[in-house]
Design a protein around this ligand. Structure first.
Ligand code: PMP
Ligand code: GLN
Length: 375
């Protein structure tokens, strides 16, 4: 008997595989295709010949942990104790999984906002807990009334993803006021804040859970160096939580992976001395603007994008096909891969929307846009 009977191959795997099979331009799965910063690759090349190849301490390589603490202070003015409140993880994915496994018990309820990224629900189900999916508003803002109605004494956790994949939406000060009001009524709910795109916001600044004092003792945040440093394949990130939660998270971590691969920890530790994460927003804003300009004469209607490296587009003026079929045909007939948005909804709500990843070099964006504009 399957423990996850409804889980199938992820849409990111399906679309990336099809893109290879049909030699299509892959704007589906979210990963950059431009070269990594040479300062980082130089560090790795040098380190590879040094003594960096054995286990690091379980929670992370201490110099890296100190630098993550400094980054958190510089970015959000939050002071953390790296010994007790920080864990280096094998990507944000492991941070999310480990946190849920450690903190959610059988019959607990976990609020997940629809549309949502795909790695939240399965760990909840593996805990024999209940995912409670609550739809965002049509403009992808949280519907706080609906969220409150979904809360009960059984609610253990609410997961927020800010900036939001796939919609590119970011939370506002007002959202945090609403969240604060909600949490005052439900003192047992903890927040899991997935902030992997924290440095990729555009006109409006990212508001991190780290900056909200009412969250500090009841929130777990996950971050990803994969997103921030264009190295998704390295699978490295980190999780920050108050000590009483982190103690439990570390118990699971030590048996899930024990420690994260050493050389990437050494390398990122050095790289953090020279890289400026605050340049990332401008870098991707230029990509977003360029991609939007390239598509302005297409028949797709582009939705607002406040953060992340994803552009949502409506093809309602082009086809009546459901979005999964549309994406498959987009690959087969037009040579461009994208992600159907219905796959982020528990009820697979088809709204004729697809997601393009614009974390690509200009040539790729231009080549894709040329094909897209012919549709
Ligand atoms: N959360 C969100 C919202 C994501 O888009 C992703 C995928 N990039 C992850 C978590 C996982 O991040 P990582 O690759 O660091 O595991
Ligand atoms: N986060 C990536 C995306 O949204 C996918 C990562 C994965 O394939 N697991 O495209």
């Amino acid at each position: 008997m399957s423990k996850l009977p409804n889980v199938t191959t992820s849409i990111f795997t399906i679309m990336s595989k099809m893109a290879v099979e049909y030699n299509a331009i892959n704007l589906s799965q979210g990963f950059p295709n431009f070269p990594v910063d040479e300062r980082l690759t130089d560090i790795v090349s040098r380190l590879a010949k040094e003594n960096v190849h054995q286990y690091t301490p379980m929670a992370g390589y201490p110099p890296l942990m100190n630098k993550i603490a400094k980054l958190t202070q510089d970015s959000y003015n939050r002071i953390i104790n790296p010994d007790t409140e920080l864990l280096v993880t094998a990507g944000a994915t492991q941070g999310i999984f480990t946190t849920i496994l450690a903190l959610v018990k059988e019959n607990d309820e976990v609020i997940i906002l629809d549309p949502s990224y795909d790695s939240y629900e399965s760990p909840v189900l593996l805990c024999k807990a209940k995912p409670v999916r609550v739809a965002l508003n049509d403009d992808y803002t949280p519907n706080w009334e609906r969220i409150e109605k979904a809360c009960s004494a059984k609610t253990r956790m609410m997961i927020i993803n800010n900036p939001h994949n796939p919609t590119g939406k970011i939370l506002t000060e007002n959202d945090f006021i609403q969240l604060k009001n909600l949490l005052e009524k439900y003192p047992d709910i903890i927040i899991l804040s997935d902030e992997v795109y924290e440095y990729i916001t555009f006109e409006e600044k990212h508001i991190s859970a780290h900056t909200k004092s009412f969250l500090l003792d009841r929130c777990v945040t996950v971050s990803s160096f994969g997103k921030s440093f264009h190295i998704t394949g390295w699978k490295i990130g980190y999780t920050i939580a108050p000590e009483y939660l982190m103690k439990e998270i570390k118990k699971v971590h030590q048996f899930l992976v024990f420690s994260v691969n050493s050389i990437s920890q050494f390398a990122i530790s050095e790289y953090l001395d020279v890289v400026n994460v605050n340049l990332l927003g401008k870098f991707y804003q230029e990509k977003r603007d360029y991609f939007q300009k390239l598509l302005q004469n297409s028949r797709f209607e582009l939705k607002p994008c406040e953060g992340t490296y994803f552009q949502v587009a409506s093809y309602a003026a082009i086809s009546d096909e459901d979005d999964v079929t549309f994406c498959k045909n987009l690959i087969i007939n037009h040579g461009v891969a994208a992600i159907p948005i219905s796959t982020f909804y528990s009820d697979h709500k088809d709204q004729k929307l697809i997601r393009f990843c614009f974390a690509k070099d200009d040539f790729t964006l231009e080549s894709a846009a040329k094909k897209i504009c012919q549709i």
